[in-house]
Ligand binder design. Structure first.
Ligand code: 5GP
Length: 189
């Protein structure tokens, strides 16, 4: 799953996992400073630049990138044995990483989460208030490049309304898991 920072990828995944807890999440490594409330080993494996580079040299990453001044990467250890055990695992990564994964794991399904507009994205990043002004500017700059690539993905979900977008993603995941999508209930026909 990819899409600009602030598009709501994390919130959507959390929503879908309430329905499908069997969907596992790949925990990326990053050199970005930990935000308040983030826990090492939960949101990310927080690494020093030196540790990150050592793992690059060891071939520990499936893919890794520099994004908005920090390093991010998917550890093979998060993916390999899950794929072997036939588990479904979601990667929440930016565009260059998504392209690499598509090449390395062609059987993967790619989903792009788009904001309703760049202006709304900017508002969300500011409201989230987790990043500095310079950081937000870098994320907005990256988003323009990312939005242009939406057409490369198997599915595009515009996150204008969080409940609707979560439903859409839930349908994609239900299909992948071979599960039945939850029924809409009798009142909605
Ligand atoms: P944030 O700093 O907001 O947590 O993440 C910034 C961007 O990096 C987001 O678009 C996020 O999806 C992406 N990202 C997080 N982990 C990885 C990763 O392992 N690889 C790649 N390529 N991008 C990642």
């Amino acid at each position: 799953m990819s899409g600009p920072s602030g598009a709501g990828k994390g919130t959507l995944i959390a929503g879908v996992r309430r329905t499908y807890p069997q969907l596992e999440v790949s925990i990326s490594a990053t050199t970005r400073p930990q935000r308040p409330g983030e826990r090492d080993g939960v949101e990310y494996h927080f690494l020093s630049t030196g540790d990150f580079e050592r793992r690059v040299d060891d071939g520990a990453f499936l893919e890794h990138v520099e994004y908005a001044g920090n390093r991010y990467g998917t550890l093979r250890s998060e993916i390999d044995d899950r794929v072997e055990r036939n588990r479904s695992v979601v990667l929440e990564i930016e565009l260059a990483g998504a392209r690499a994964v598509r090449r390395l794991l062609p059987e993967a399904t790619s989903v792009f989460i788009a904001p309703p507009s760049v202006e709304e994205l900017e508002r969300r990043l500011e409201r989230r208030a987790t990043d500095s002004g310079a950081d937000i500017a870098r994320r907005i700059a990256a988003s323009r490049w990312e939005l242009d690539a939406a057409g490369e993905f198997d599915h595009v979900i515009v996150n204008a309304d969080i409940d609707e977008a979560t439903d859409e993603l839930r349908r994609v995941v239900a299909h992948l898991l071979g599960a039945n999508a939850p029924s809409d209930g009798p009142d909605r026909g």
